[in-house]
Write a protein that binds this ligand. Structure first.
Ligand SMILES: NC(=O)c1ccc[n+]([C@@H]2O[C@H](COP(=O)([O-])OP(=O)(O)OC[C@H]3O[C@@H](n4cnc5c(N)ncnc54)[C@H](OP(=O)(O)O)[C@@H]3O)[C@@H](O)[C@H]2O)c1
Length: 403
């Protein structure tokens, strides 16, 4: 939400857009919305990590000007796939930042992980509207990103469904009347499992989310509930609220996405079917509303919405994320980096499911005193946490934390 007043782009002309991470789950949903209204948008740049086939198809379909693949070894394949199209191709980390720096009014930040920080910052620093799906960017560098957004008049538009929900019902002009916000959590695929049963779950079980179809990393984060922990930190930065005023409630149907409690006792909530095209459309059209093909809610058929408190014993990741937010300094950066490394190791079957939170906790303990000033500090802390998590994984592979 940070930023100056709305800076609608040239009304009546196509909105110039760029997608960072166009080949992923959020990216493909964004491409679908753009393709449904080609006269409304002009696509400046698309960015992927290595999926050149899908990237080239999207670039041709949307007539993008610039297509970038982060993995330099994929450059020849991208060049070949775009031959004859007139679309400029490039590769490597600098080209990813260049894509974000080109003059699009609206940038979807949908790269997964802290790898999205440099290009997202580049878009923020030139004052763009940045639709932020990539929560890790705010977890590892929230103070820096929001300060840069304020300084440069960039507008952060929350895309995470819960934060987009809050964004829609958070009356910023009545901020003094807001008591707290509530993020809902589906509880993930292991909501009802004991810790003993969770010790043996496989990557395939962990990525099979009951309500949402998402990329592998966020699916595992949902299963550990680290996702909700990252979202508490994300909400702290987006809405400028301290940890105690950002609550979490488990809501297995994923229909109510977020709620704002006001001091007169009113509670405003946003509801919708669990379909990312709705929050993406909300950010894509902002400040207007545009059509999205998400299934409409049928309340009578749903019949029942249930809510319950999260269980910190079975899902320690949520507790760790909150502790990192309260500790401040480099703790959220450590939390995020250690989690990224541990989730990748779990997906690779090198550690067990319960080891993820265990490794994050050990990294937080060991790197507790890190302070963060500028981007270099963030990078150093991120590197240190990744190295330490990698060492723990190497030493204790398949150690499997106690149930
Ligand atoms: N999926 C959801 O429903 C959802 C909901 C809320 C928030 N989010 C957040 O949105 C972000 C994206 O999630 P996702 O589920 O869409 O992930 P995903 O399906 O794994 O897609 C990630 C995208 O980022 C690209 N990418 C990965 N590393 C990169 C790098 N170093 N440089 C450039 N591009 C890179 C990938 O390219 P390749 O395809 O070439 O690998 C892909 O386009 C995450 O931060 C997630 O937490 C997602």
């Amino acid at each position: 939400m940070t930023g100056n007043l709305p800076r609608p782009d040239r009304r009546g002309e196509p909105r110039q857009v760029t997608i960072l991470g166009s080949t992923g789950s959020v990216g493909c949903n964004t491409v679908e919305l753009l393709a449904a209204a080609p006269e409304e948008y002009a696509v400046e740049a698309l960015v992927a990590q290595r999926n050149v086939q899908r990237l080239a198809e999207q670039a041709r379909q949307l007539r993008a000007r610039f297509a970038v693949v982060a993995d330099e070894t994929r450059y020849p394949a991208l060049k070949a796939a775009l031959a004859g199209s007139g679309i400029e191709a490039a590769a490597g980390a600098a080209a990813v930042v260049e894509a974000a720096s080109r003059p699009a009014d609206w940038v979807m930040a949908a790269i997964v992980g802290a790898a999205g920080l440099a290009p997202t910052l580049a878009a923020v620093r030139r004052g763009a509207m940045v639709a932020l799906a990539n929560k890790e960017v705010l977890v590892c560098a929230g103070a820096l990103v929001t300060a840069e957004a304020r300084r440069n008049g960039a507008r952060l538009l929350p895309v995470d469904s819960e934060h987009n929900a809050i964004f829609q019902v958070f009356d910023a002009a009545q901020r003094h009347a807001i008591e707290r916000i509530v993020l809902t959590a589906s509880g993930g695929p292991f909501r009802e499992r004991s810790r003993a049963a969770m010790a043996a779950v496989t990557p395939a079980e962990a990525v099979a989310h009951p309500n949402w179809r998402m990329g592998a990393k966020i699916s595992v984060d949902s299963a550990t509930m680290m996702n909700k922990g990252l979202e508490v930190i994300e909400a702290h930065h987006l809405f400028d609220l301290e940890s105690e005023r950002v609550e979490v409630v488990v809501h297995p149907q994923s229909v109510v996405h977020g709620l704002v409690y006001y001091k007169d006792g009113s509670v405003l909530a946003q509801l919708g079917s669990p379909d990312m095209r709705t929050p993406i459309a909300n950010a894509l059209g902002w400040p207007d509303r545009i059509a999205a093909p998400s299934p409409r809610l049928d309340l009578a058929q749903l019949a029942r919405l249930t809510f319950e408190a999260p269980d910190p014993e079975r899902f320690p990741a949520l507790r760790l994320a909150r502790a990192a937010l309260v500790a401040g300094g480099g703790a959220p950066t450590v939390l995020n980096a250690a989690n990224e490394v541990a989730v990748a190791a779990f997906l690779d079957s090198r550690i067990g499911f319960l080891d993820i939170a265990d490794i994050v906790e050990r990294c937080l303990e060991a790197l507790a005193d890190r302070s963060i000033g500028d981007l270099d500090d963030i990078r150093d802390t991120d590197d240190a946490a990744r190295a330490l998590a990698t060492r723990f994984i190497g030493n204790g592979a398949r150690r499997v934390a106690q149930a």
